[in-house]
Design a protein around this ligand. Structure first.
Ligand code: ASP
Ligand code: MG
Length: 412
């Protein structure tokens, strides 16, 4: 019997009506003979609502308490779905991360999974009970409730699929898969039927909100068959597969806009060994993800260093950097959150010369100034002024011929 992990995102369980529809879908999969393990997010908007509540009390809530608070969203939803399934005549049990247990490190709000026990789930499955697991949460070795970062229920689902050796992990959301760009920004964005793990990883890291980055890493590592589907419209889907399984490829697969990005510049710092380390080490210790890093050519033994970080970490990063800046006698620290990052992603980049130039041309034709550039095998990213973000995405999407000529036409 096929064992399938089905994960339902916040928009799929946004109301009791939605939850009922999800319960019907689970019931019909079960009737078709699938063994199902369900993972849920909090009801749509709930995590933000809880965050706002704690923000009303303080801008710096204790990480331990913030995670205890946020985890309730998923817990409530898993119980509501189990109650609904039972009301439809099926046996279902909800499980929190702590009950499994899903054990994580101690990093509150961005914990990583260390171990995942499946005995309790296997027993439920054997007893004919549908397990409904609260996503996004775990328990640390010291016993604190932790969360895996925004969107982390995807990671719970993939981790469970890997641990249970499930036949497939299905991610249900409010769109029918992955598109060449956000259709809200690019109305002519095209649906993608198959995308490589490496491309999906870049798209997700670069602001495409479809999936949690860590979930794709895990799926690739454990070779979990992974598919993104719409909860309420079953026609199309996107499979995330190995590079070798994609026969034909366009150079660029998709274009993203990342808004949660800010930059910090240190002006006139000594150009000598150890300085970059001294500046960036405290950020690493605080688990702040430093992304693009640019150091200028040095003049008279001095240089400038600029890097980007998530805007959500700007306040704390700024504090840490200012401390080091005083120690190394930097002339000035400048923080700027008025920027966004536009990226073109595709496995064709590494084998096709001139891709970057094509992207720069597309931006320049719209008179958009590029403030920072970074490239890798799979992507080219440009930091530009925030107000040009959407225009930049459309320009790059057009330049690589990604537009759908006919809105009803599927990708070949
Ligand atoms: N509820 C959490 C969030 O909104 C986790 C998730 O949905 O995956 O980020
Ligand atoms: Mg999500």
């Amino acid at each position: 019997m096929a064992l399938i992990v089905k994960k339902f995102g916040g928009s799929s369980v946004a109301s009791l009506g939605h939850i009922r529809r999800v319960a019907w879908a689970i019931a019909s999969a079960k009737e078709k003979g699938e063994q199902v393990v369900v993972v849920v997010s909090a009801m749509g908007g709930e995590t933000d609502r809880l965050l706002k509540l704690s923000e009303e009390i303080t801008s710096m809530p204790a990480g331990r308490e913030q995670d205890a608070l946020l985890a309730t969203g998923e817990q409530a939803c898993s119980a509501l779905l189990a109650i609904t399934l039972e009301s439809l005549g099926h046996r279902a049990h909800s499980f929190t991360g702590m009950q499994l247990p899903l054990i994580t490190d101690e990093n509150q709000s961005k914990a990583r999974i260390i171990d995942l026990k499946t005995d309790i789930l296997k027993k439920a499955i054997n007893d004919g009970i549908i397990p409904v697991v609260a996503g996004f949460q775990g328990v640390s070795e010291s016993g604190n409730i932790t969360t895996l970062g925004r969107g982390g229920s995807d990671t719970t689902a993939v981790a469970l699929a890997a641990a249970l050796k499930a036949n497939c992990c299905e991610i249900y959301t409010d769109v029918d898969g992955v598109y060449t760009a956000d259709p809200n920004i690019c109305p002519k964005a095209r649906h993608i039927e198959k995308i490589a793990f490496s491309e999906m990883l870049e798209l997700a890291s670069l602001g495409a909100k479809v999936m949690h980055v860590r979930s794709i890493e895990l799926a690739q590592k454990f070779q979990v068959p992974l598919v993104v589907k719409s909860s309420f419209n079953g026609e199309r889907q996107t499979w995330i597969v190995n590079e070798e399984d994609i026969m034909e490829n366009s150079i660029i697969k998709g274009v993203t806009l990342e808004k949660n990005v800010s930059k910090i510049s240190l002006i006139r710092i000594p150009d000598c060994p150890g300085i970059a380390h001294q500046i960036l080490e405290p950020l690493a210790e605080a688990a702040i993800n430093v992304d693009m890093i640019i150091q200028n050519a040095s003049i008279d033994g001095y240089t400038d260093l600029t890097f980007t970080i998530p805007t959500t970490d700007l306040n704390i990063a700024n504090e840490l950097v200012n401390k080091v800046a005083r120690e190394i006698k930097a002339l000035e620290v400048r923080a700027d959150n008025n920027i966004v990052k536009v990226s073109a992603v595709g496995i064709g980049i590494k084998t096709n010369p001139g891709v970057a130039a094509r992207m720069f041309k597309a931006l320049s034709e719209e008179n958009i100034n590029i403030e920072m550039i970074s490239t890798s095998e799979y992507r080219i990213s440009c930091v530009i002024e925030e107000k040009y973000g959407e225009l930049g995405v459309r320009a790059v999407h057009h330049a690589f011929g990604l537009e759908n000529k006919n809105n009803h036409q599927k990708e070949q």
